[in-house]
Design a protein around this ligand. Sequence first.
Ligand code: NAD
Length: 296
Amino acid sequence: MATIAFIGLGNMGGPMAANLVKAGHKVVAFDLVEASRNQAKADGAGIAESAVGAVKGADVVVTMLPAGKHVLGVWNEVIPVMIKGALIIDSSTIDVESARAAHALAARHGVLSVDAPVSGGTGGAKGATLTFMCGGEENAFAAAKPVLEKMGKKIVHCGGSGAGQAAKICNNMILGISMIAVSEAFALGEKLGLSHQALFDVASTSSGQCWSLTTYCPVPGPVPTSPANNDYKPGFASALMVKDLTLAQDAAKAAGAATPLGKHAQEIYQSFDAAGQGGVDFSGIIKHVRGLAGKA
Ligand code: NAD
């Protein structure tokens, strides 16, 4: 089994590293936060004193960090001490430009690299059921796949460097927009005297059908497992939706793509976040949409 260095042991990285240990890999982990290091130790990982200490002798390095600047910071530190021909995977959600710069850095040092952001949230991280969207050369992807399979159930090669991040932000832009669309439909239905169940029964089997409706329905009742049934907790925090919609807008500007609904969705989620709702599941946006009545 491979020796794997894991850097960034937060809500996602902690359980992902634990799944690599469970699969039989030797995992050497590092995080800036002591409590996260202690949890990884309890999960069976070895603990290093620094990111550089963790990667020495590793066949594979995985990073799971907040944003592009953290990833570039850590990759700049660790890549020069990695074994030539070893593999580095970044599973954070970051901007496409930083992801491409990170790949270029790895290539200059003879290290294979893959950007592999995830969907599936903390539940997917714990249950090893994440979807990985990967970008990088064919041989790097082939080396990464068996490792990613220990943490996820669907591994997709989307193309060259940065393609995983591109797929992630395009997907989440659809998600942000579609959740607002579904919320507006329920808010309008309520004003028109339509029951939630009636609208769900029709739209879920008609042309309005989408994931935001059928899996993550923003009103309690029709889909018992959706966060709406538990006061919009836990789930995918609205603050993370703002992050992803902002990454999509930055990419759209840089690439010269027109995304007017993506921009509007970003603004709506930013207002929700600014109202102190950043920790609420993103389907809670229906509360904000109802509050716009008479204003928008
Ligand atoms: P988190 O804030 O819980 O964890 C990030 C960890 O990185 C923290 O423990 C922090 O101490 C550590 N860290 C930061 N800089 C470091 C450094 N220089 N060296 C070592 N450790 C460092 O975040 P998370 O929820 O685990 O998310 C991680 C990434 O996954 C983010 O990019 C996020 O957008 C993405 N993501 C999160 C979710 C989710 O539901 N939480 C879902 C999909 C994708």
